[in-house]
Design a protein around this ligand. Structure first.
Ligand SMILES: Cc1ncc(COP(=O)(O)O)c(C=O)c1O
Length: 399
């Protein structure tokens, strides 16, 4: 028996990943033979495009089985620098300003470890991807919630952020397109955030993992490309979502060389380098044909519209129209129950797995996240079941 004292205090407030634990309840139902529709998952359901897989297979056959440079293979760093210049308007030196990481999440943790001291504060959107707050706590820093409210289109407001600044505020985190709301910030909105960061002398961590998944003409902008922002921005991105490469565990950070100099020491003592042959695949992801990605985006858009159509049939539900990522985040406040209870009801009654909004932060209460990273047919079945189950729920819960 391992005693409690064996576990570091810092782990006291670090829970097991919540979305995965929903998965455990789902697994129980599936074991009983129930057909659960998965709409809780945050990964594309597509295969990695064939040319990317082939490049990794070839690399293995060619002996790419050893450590690479800690920064990543030069060929990939060059491809990333070119991508950042063309797509994002960021001028980055591939030799000194990029590190290839083991997923975007390593980039986030590295950035936090390298820049925040215990007790420092970082402003993060709330709701937001759950891992941010836990990574921040692991570092000993404090996440400070910027409320994202439906009333304001789930967009951060400068006046709210002003009120949260203390002498300990050192950084802010921006995610656009956003998980779980699917909201994409406009150029003007990002410019306002950039102004704020400059005024308050904040470092900016910009998580751009969903940049390619935008719809209805929405455009992604990199905050680090705005005037005076390069020196204070760590741009974090990866291959998981745009190329359906979640299992490859590949991402990258781009930042001024002084920040890279600190982050590389975290990376060096944690993972050494990203997987060698996976990096060869990633070169092809950036330099090879982009059609498979556009086909995937088109399909996501078709599903997004279908989910919105079903939600519009439920008068009790309101919804900010998402223009990015693969999530919809409708309000379920009118049902008068905590989002966890409604998600559980839908799981057991309709066999539809969704994520309760509270998993994404305090301000996520009253919402559920629907992920459309599942086949059109499955999602349609899930949405039909959901509509029926919610009608029933309304009858049962009539005051
Ligand atoms: C906002 C956000 N950032 C980062 C990640 C993780 O990306 P990666 O697989 O590259 O670590 C996710 C995954 O769901 C995410 O939603």
């Amino acid at each position: 028996m391992v005693t409690r004292s064996r576990i570091a205090r810092r782990m006291d407030h670090i829970p097991f990943q919540a979305i995965r634990s929903v998965g455990e309840e789902v697994a129980k139902l599936e074991k009983q033979g129930k057909r659960v529709i998965h709409m809780e998952i945050g990964r594309p359901d597509f295969d990695t495009p064939a040319h990317i897989k082939q490049a990794a297979k070839d690399a293995l056959d060619q002996g790419w089985v050893h450590y690479t440079s800690n920064y990543g293979i030069p060929e990939l760093r060059e491809a990333i620098a070119e991508k950042l210049r063309v797509d994002n308007g960021l001028e980055v030196d591939p030799n000194t300003e990029i590190i290839v990481t083991v997923g975007t999440i390593e980039g986030i943790l590295m950035a936090l470890l390298a820049t925040l001291d215990p007790g420092d504060e970082i402003l993060i959107p709330d709701p937001a991807w759950t891992s941010y707050q836990h990574c921040i706590r692991l570092v000993g820093a404090n996440p400070i919630s910027i409320p994202l409210t439906e009333e304001h289109g789930f967009k951060p407001r400068i006046e709210d952020m002003e009120a949260l600044i203390t002498p300990k505020t050192k950084a802010m985190l921006v995610t656009s397109p956003h998980n779980p709301t699917g909201v994409v910030l406009s150029k003007e909105e990002l410019e306002q955030l950039a102004d704020f960061a400059r005024q308050k002398d904040l470092l900016v961590l910009s998580d751009e993992i969903y940049e390619k998944l935008v719809y209805e003409g929405a455009r992604h902008y990199s905050i680090g490309s705005f005037p005076g922002m390069k020196e204070r921005t760590i741009t974090i991105n990866g291959f998981s979502k745009a190329y359906s490469m979640t299992g490859w565990r590949l991402g990258y950070v781009a930042a001024p060389k002084e920040l890279i100099g600190a982050m590389i020491r975290v990376h060096q003592y944690c993972t050494v380098c990203a997987t060698s042959f996976a990096q060869k695949g990633a070169v092809q992801a950036l330099r090879g044909p982009q059609e498979p990605m556009y086909t995937m985006i088109k399909e996501f858009d078709r599903r997004r519209l279908m989910v919105l159509e079903y939600l519009s049939q439920i008068p009790e539900i309101t919804c900010v129209r998402p223009q990015g990522a693969f999530y919809v985040f409708p309000s379920i406040k009118s049902y008068g129950v905590p989002s966890v209870d409604l998600a559980k009801y839908l799981l057991y009654e309709a066999h539809v797995a969704l994520t309760a909004g509270t998993f994404f932060g305090t301000y996520g209460e009253g919402y559920i996240r629907i992920s459309y990273a599942n086949s059109y047919e499955n999602i349609e079945t899930g949405m039909q079941r959901m509509v029926e189950a919610l009608k029933k729920f309304k009858k049962i819960n009539k005051p």
